[in-house]
Design a binder for this molecule. Structure first.
Ligand code: HEM
Length: 530
């Protein structure tokens, strides 16, 4: 039966009154909060200065100055005016952007006991539950447990080489497919990386791009990007809104959060259940993170242990997929624009490895120029240009400034790897800048894989995948741009995407086999694995 017009009118009015009362209550609580926090902060500063930054307005703070996109570029431009550390205040949050590798090290590495927390946001954290994954978790005991599991599986000198054959096999399949069909670059890359990451996390064999577990993960990663951007959801500034019921006018965010939470939970639970079920049949391929823990356990895991394990596994999947994809896409783009660098890399590969076999990850120590290309790819476009925000667990003082507890620390990694005082002509792709010195390359790794106790536990694993893609591609192919009707190469405008993980612009490239032998080497190496 349709509702009566009187009922509709009454419910409309009720809706308007309720929205108004929530808005007034929210504003009033903001005013009280603002005055209270200003007064408290003054006494906590103990005579230290506030960190410089764009003009703050009462209540609004620095809202009007907040960069709308590509924050790392705006913040880099502010260095001239405000210096190495810049503070933005936004409705109760203190955002402290760091434009200097030294300051990032001083705070995030040297004072890691104080700077290893993560900010907690109502939407991504409490409503969608992304903060149950290690990447966004508070710095506490549950975090330590997840971190230990991931570190044991992916960053010890004995665990890492177990995955080299898988990384090599998938890199070779990637290059072989792209030689035949370069138009599939993004989807093929995402599938190959998906195969690697689902395999190492669950022993699960992804068979195609539309594999349901892979698609669940990609959907959840998409949600993460939207949920994690401060400013997308009002509830992050007014956490009281999280109590608004789903049916309430304007509470569409609650439904969106519910959907994101469901997707995340499915992406986290279903592959794990699959592993448990298929361990006994041998279909779950060993080793893998979940399989290692399950097979070493003396008794069935407790619910708490399963919770730790499932979140550790999905965190690795989420953290490893797009970061590696962005890095591989940056590599191909750089190569397509620099044939002279390809030639030099190929000469090194030919002289060290010859042309009768494909490069392996164990060849890495003998290939300094390939290692330089890898470092330069990571520097030229760091996949996570503003890092992942840390937060402070206590008030702190640095260089005469006050850094309040719960400040959100944003390391501007992009600027640190483009600082003209450190990297001459920083926007130029130039592997020679390292002079083949691993110590110089390490300086890049130390920035782009993050800081202190939260630094990336998948770094060594990621290096294997990226190295294998770079060495296999250069050993077997020339990477060429497409040509326009007049025969001129087509290069994209070099604008990387906005977001926690930044991607190169869309581009098309062609892969051309360097020798007939290269094709047969790829065919032989991949014959049994398609
Ligand atoms: C090129 C590839 C990668 C890049 C550039 C990268 C970069 C990063 C960065 C910048 C962070 C944040 C560090 C910080 O908070 O200071 C991070 C965290 C993390 N990464 Fe990676 N990563 C990559 C690949 C991987 C892979 C393959 C895995 C898993 C196998 C992984 C697992 C993680 C995890 C679990 C965290 C969260 C650590 C924590 O909060 O304690 N990453 N990564």
């Amino acid at each position: 039966m349709p509702p009566s017009p009187l009922l509709e009118l009454a419910s409309d009015r009720l809706g308007q009154i309720s929205v108004l009362s929530v808005a007034v209550a929210t504003l009033a609580s903001a005013v009280v909060f603002y005055i209270g926090s200003e007064v408290k902060e003054r006494s906590r500063r103990k005579g230290h200065a506030r960190i410089p930054g764009p003009t703050r307005l009462p209540l609004l703070g620095s809202a009007l100055a907040m960069p709308q996109s590509h924050g790392w570029l705006t913040i880099a431009n502010w260095k001239q005016k405000y210096g190495d550390i810049i503070q933005l205040d936004l409705l109760g949050y203190h955002l402290i952007a760091v434009n200097s590798a030294k300051v990032a090290r001083d705070l995030l590495d040297k004072r890691s006991g104080l700077y290893s927390d993560r900010p907690q946001f109502a939407f991504a954290g409490e409503l969608c539950e992304f903060n149950r994954s290690i990447t966004l978790m508070k710095y506490d005991e549950p975090w330590k447990k997840q971190r230990k599991i991931i570190a044991q599986e992916f960053s010890t000198s004995s665990s890492i080489p177990r995955y080299w054959p898988l990384q090599e096999q998938q890199s070779r399949l990637l290059i072989k497919t792209l030689l035949q069909n370069p138009g599939q670059l993004r989807s093929e890359l995402s599938m190959r990386l998906g195969i690697i990451i689902q395999r190492i996390s669950y022993g699960y064999p992804v068979k195609s791009h539309d594999d349901e577990f892979l698609q669940l993960t990609l959907a959840s990663l998409n949600d993460f990007t939207r949920a994690g951007k401060l400013g997308n959801f009002l509830v992050d500034f007014f956490p009281v809104l999280k109590h608004v019921p789903e049916w309430f006018p304007g509470a569409g965010f609650k439904l969106e959060a519910k959907r994101m939470k469901q997707t995340l939970n499915a992406a986290m639970r279903r592959p794990y259940e699959w592993t448990k079920k298929h361990m006994a049949t041998g279909e779950a391929l060993m080793p893998n993170l979940c399989g290692t823990i399950l097979s070493e356990a003396q008794a069935p895991l407790t619910p708490e242990q399963e919770e730790t394990l499932t979140w550790a596994a999905i965190s690795s999947v989420g953290a490893g997929l797009d970061t590696s994809a962005s890095t591989a896409l940056t590599f191909l783009l750089a190569m397509m624009m620099h044939p002279e660098i390809q030639k030099k890399a190929q000469a090194e590969l030919d002289s060290v490895i010859g042309t009768d076999r494909l490069p392996a990850i164990t060849d890495r120590p003998a290939l300094p120029y390939i290692r330089s290309i890898m470092a330069e790819v990571l520097r030229w476009n760091p996949a996570v240009p503003m890092g992942i925000a840390h937060s402070t667990s206590k008030d702190d003082f640095y260089d005469g400034y006050f850094i309040p507890k719960d400040s959100i620390i944003l390391p501007n990694v992009w600027f640190m790897t483009h600082d003209p005082e450190v990297y001459e002509e920083p926007s130029k792709f130039n592997p020679e800048r390292y002079g083949n010195s691993d110590a110089e390359m390490k300086k890049v790794y130390d920035l782009v894989f993050g800081f202190g106790r939260r630094s990336c536990p998948g770094m060594q694993f990621a290096e294997g995948t990226i190295f294998s893609i770079i060495a296999t591609a250069l050993a077997t192919c020339d990477i060429l741009p497409e040509l326009d009707a007049t025969g001129k190469p087509i290069f994209p405008e070099l604008v990387w995407s906005d977001g926690v993980i930044s991607f190169p612009p869309d581009y098309n490239c062609k892969l051309q086999p360097r020798t007939p032998n290269a094709l047969s080497l790829l065919a032989d190496a991949t014959a049994s694995s398609e």
